[in-house]
Design a binder for this molecule. Structure first.
Ligand code: GTP
Ligand code: MG
Length: 470
């Protein structure tokens, strides 16, 4: 069976390869700001369940639109032989190399996706290219890709394109969302009605796949929260070495493990969304690259002071406060505190100072050795901050167009000044609080329901963010 196949054509440097990359979710398509990057036709496929489902061919830009058009206009033979005859007539001409190359898929009767940067004025060469494609006569759809945010020339482009193409659609290689990609597949079905059934099935499979990815992303997120919630770092206590130094070392080890857990989830999400080249957390200074325990992160993400006080009260047991103070007042102890206690804690709106405590080695009664232990966390804010930051990362990642290679922008856009969880309703926040309570306690609190509610909440949230442009 032959696959539905479309060739992406146009003037050099208009964003053809970027469109191919975004449409096929392929980060390996070569893109460059220098015209003439694509020299050969290259096939990229959309795979479903491991099987090729749709083929998109990247091509070089037109080299001689004026001469090509003249030749086509002068052709007097049968239309069906025109492309072959053109290729034969220019076979050994190096100056027609790109024009010959881009015609190859047309010889195999691929559908045409013509990409034009409609943010610049229309030129004579554009009209000539359009006219060549019209004369070739294959089903053709024009895609308006705006490289700059300028719609001043839109009407003149539309007029020229409407006359020569079966359909004209906007499709931005840098900002197209999943839904916009699906709409484009819908447009392809109008363009080639014989492929309608195949394209419909591809669309519904891609929609299922999108949903499954969200499910998987949520599982990765829950796993991260669980690991962080339960994490402890311990270090063997060395008698004679300054205690403060050893405590700081244990605290750093704790932070490092949390950082590693967060980075691991980001890696898993990147793999899931085929964005392995996007950065995780390199560099400094932005809200999402900043160390998780940085003051700035804690001020801007997670819950507000008032919300946190409510959570504290919700999950509180007055006994917990006493227990913590008795064991040396681990600064994470605000998990158990109500508003009054919170108010009295210095710097609680910033990152907590990690506590550490000396404990005997478990099961080691004969040797009087001790370990320094940090964690598990008792401050729900750590989980809220972590969740908030993960959602910021994930919602950008899942909506990031594969054709957009500006990785600095990817990180910069995530330095939004506010997170998402502060906007949640009380009921939504309670879902996470209940989850924390169910999973933190070592007793047998049933956790399945708490997990189900949290997953449902996160799934709905990510689904609603799927329509967001980055
Ligand atoms: N801002 C912006 N830049 C874009 C967009 N699409 C493409 N570009 C940029 O335009 C330049 C050319 O993009 P390509 O996709 O390589 O263009 P092409 O048409 O394949 O170019 P050739 O292969 O040389 O013919 C790159 O710097 C892209 O990042 C867009 O939608 N917005
Ligand atoms: Mg290219």
């Amino acid at each position: 069976m032959t696959l539905p196949t479309y060739a992406v054509l146009g003037h050099p440097n208009e964003g053809k390869s970027s469109v191919v990359s975004t449409l096929t979710e392929n980060e390996r398509v070569k893109i460059s700001s220098t015209p003439g990057e694509t020299l050969r036709c290259k096939r990229f496929v959309i795979k479903l369940d491991g099987e090729d489902a749709l083929e998109i061919i990247d091509t070089p830009g037109f080299q001689n639109p004026s001469a090509t058009l003249k030749w086509f206009e002068a052709w007097e033979g049968p239309e069906s032989e025109m492309v072959d005859a053109f290729m034969e007539a220019h076979r050994d001409q190096e100056s027609f190399h790109h024009d010959l190359e881009l015609m190859k898929p047309l010889r195999e009767r691929a559908g045409i996706l013509y990409v034009a940067d409609a943010s610049r004025p229309l030129r004579e060469a554009d009209r000539q290219e359009m006219e060549v494609l019209r004369l070739i006569g294959l089903p053709r759809l024009a895609l308006l890709n705006f490289k700059r945010d300028n719609r001043e020339y839109l009407t003149e482009w539309q007029e020229a394109l409407n006359r020569r193409f079966n359909l004209v659609r906007e499709f931005n290689a840098h900002h197209a969302t999943f839904q916009e990609r699906m709409s484009l597949l819908e447009a392809l079905a109008l363009l080639s009605p014989e492929e309608e059934a195949a394209l419909k099935s591809i669309r519904s499979n891609l929609e299922d796949q999108w949903d499954q990815r969200i499910e998987e992303a949520v599982l990765i997120l829950e796993e991260l929260l669980l690991k962080v919630l339960r994490h402890r770092s311990s270090l063997t206590y060395t008698p004679g070495k300054p205690e403060k130094e050893q405590f700081e070392q244990a605290q750093e080890a704790y932070r490092e493990s949390i950082r590693a857990l967060e980075e691991k989830s980001r890696r898993q999400w990147r793999k899931l969304y085929q964005h392995t080249e996007l950065p995780g957390s390199a560099g400094v200074g932005e809200l999402l690259r900043e160390e998780l325990f940085a003051e700035k992160v804690w001020r801007l993400l997670g819950l507000s002071r008032r919300q946190l006080a409510l959570v504290g009260a919700l999950t509180a047991g007055a006994a917990g406060v006493g227990a913590d103070l008795a064991t040396g007042g681990i600064s994470f102890g605000i998990f158990t505190a109500g508003a009054a206690v919170l108010g009295g804690m210095s710097g609680w709106m910033g990152a907590p100072k990690l506590g550490a405590k000396r404990l005997p080695f478990p099961g080691n009664r004969t040797l009087a050795r001790e370990q320094i232990v940090v964690g598990p966390v008792k401050d729900p804010q750590l989980l809220f901050v972590l969740l908030d930051r993960s959602l910021l990362y994930l919602t950008r990642l899942m909506n990031w167009a594969h054709g957009r290679r500006d990785h600095e922008a990817f990180l910069a856009e995530m330095s939004k000044e506010s997170g998402l969880v502060r906007e949640w309703s009380d009921a939504q926040r309670k879902i996470l609080t209940r989850w924390i309570r169910a999973h933190a306690s070592p007793d047998n609190t049933p956790t399945a329901e708490a997990s189900r509610s949290l997953r449902r909440l996160l799934h709905d949230l990510l689904t609603s963010h799927s329509r967001e442009r980055t």
